[in-house]
Design a protein around this ligand. Structure first.
Ligand code: AMP
Ligand code: MG
Length: 337
């Protein structure tokens, strides 16, 4: 199949493809999504096929406004509208009871559906013109780092999907925060660009799923149990209070096949290993924006091990989400010095 590369002015064509049951990768503020009509079982099934995604990993549906919630969900609590008012369009996904009109394949047979309104002009235009909710997981091969640029989508899916709508780089760079509103108090299942602190300011009490607080090995949200976001190399997180000790440790490892993912300004401590800085430790949003692009850049045959610096989770904020993704990429391998 020839994959069309579409741009700024092509939202109408992209919407036509979605309406006819095709797949279009679309830009959002979080990562690129692999979109299909959420009301078309065949099209949704193809999302799983082309990504190699396990069938028990449900999809998020994307809507153009909170006004659509009642079409696709039932028993909607007031908290959903409070959160949509505060954070939509934006990187927050609400988990709600589903309307039976949403096919089983989209929700992996669950009675709940995940809904989000993305903060990207082209995505919103596409959803509006298509006139259907757009089911869209990240537009990568399952398990690989999520795509934050159109070229990342093409690396994984060129020839397998009808089109990629290029809307530039993704501002947030990590997948959305997911909050479960079917339990009380509401519970964060996946951390992202909307932080726990921001959610608590609107909702009062918010829980963080127990699986997110430990090593990252036992998460509860479907789909979060797989090794994820990972290049082919082994990723090893190296943590500690003392940067000098961390780099002594990294520098003492064999150079061959090793790379380092560090914070801005730390490149000078790295001796004779391939090294990429992914952002400022003091501004975790910069780490979020570049993390996946850097992991892709290090996804090379000759790189067998990546030693990674990871922001502290104790500070909360977006650093918590960055640490969550890195721990997934590392499959839980963390060295504490
Ligand atoms: P992705 O779009 O690739 O980041 O994947 C979407 C993620 O949303 C899944 O891996 C799940 O963790 C989560 N999700 C979607 N729908 C549900 C649901 N009904 N219940 C729980 N988690 C969900
Ligand atoms: Mg994904």
């Amino acid at each position: 199949m020839n994959t069309l590369l579409l741009g700024e002015k092509d939202a109408a064509l992209a919407a036509e493809i979605i309406k006819r049951g095709g797949l279009v990768a679309m830009p959002t503020e979080t990562v690129y999504g692999l979109g299909a009509s959420a009301l078309n079982e065949r099209a949704a099934a193809r999302i799983f096929e082309v990504k190699g995604r396990p069938a028990d990993n449900p999809l998020i549906i994307h809507v153009a406004s909170a006004g659509e919630l009642e079409k696709w969900c039932v028993n909607i609590p007031p908290s959903a509208y409070l959160l949509a008012g505060a954070f939509w369009p934006g990187p927050l996904t609400l988990l709600l009871e589903r309307n039976a009109i949403i096919p089983d394949i989209v929700t992996a047979g669950l009675k709940t559906v995940a809904v989000r309104c993305p903060d990207h002009r082209l995505a919103l235009e596409l959803i509006r013109l298509a006139g259907v909710p757009v089911a869209a997981p990240s537009a990568n091969t399952s398990g690989k780092p999520s795509p934050t640029a159109a070229r990342h989508v093409l690396q994984d899916l060129c020839g397998k999907i009808e089109a990629v709508l290029d809307g530039g780089g993704c501002r947030v760079g990590l997948e959305s925060t997911i909050i479960d509103l079917t339990c009380s108090p509401p519970r964060i299942l996946r951390p992202g660009g909307v932080t726990r602190e921001q959610l608590a300011a609107v909702l009062g009490e918010v829980e963080v799923d127990a699986g997110l607080l430990g090593s990252g090995e036992k998460p509860r949200a479907p789909g979060m149990k797989y090794r994820h976001y990972a290049p082919q190399a082994d990723v090893i997180i190296v943590r500690g209070d003392d940067a000098a000790r961390i780099f002594d440790y990294i520098n003492s490892r064999p150079d061959e096949g090793a790379a380092v993912l560090c914070f801005d300004g730390e490149e000078r401590y790295v001796k004779s290993k391939i090294c990429l800085a992914y952002g400022s430790e003091r501004e975790p949003s910069t780490l979020a924006e570049r993390l996946f692009a850097c992991l892709r850049e290090l996804d090379r045959e000759d790189i067998k091990t990546i030693y990674a610096r990871c922001p502290s989770e104790d500070e909360g904020g977006v650093g918590f989400a960055v640490a969550n993704r890195l721990k997934k990429a590392a499959g839980g391998r963390v060295i504490c010095l």
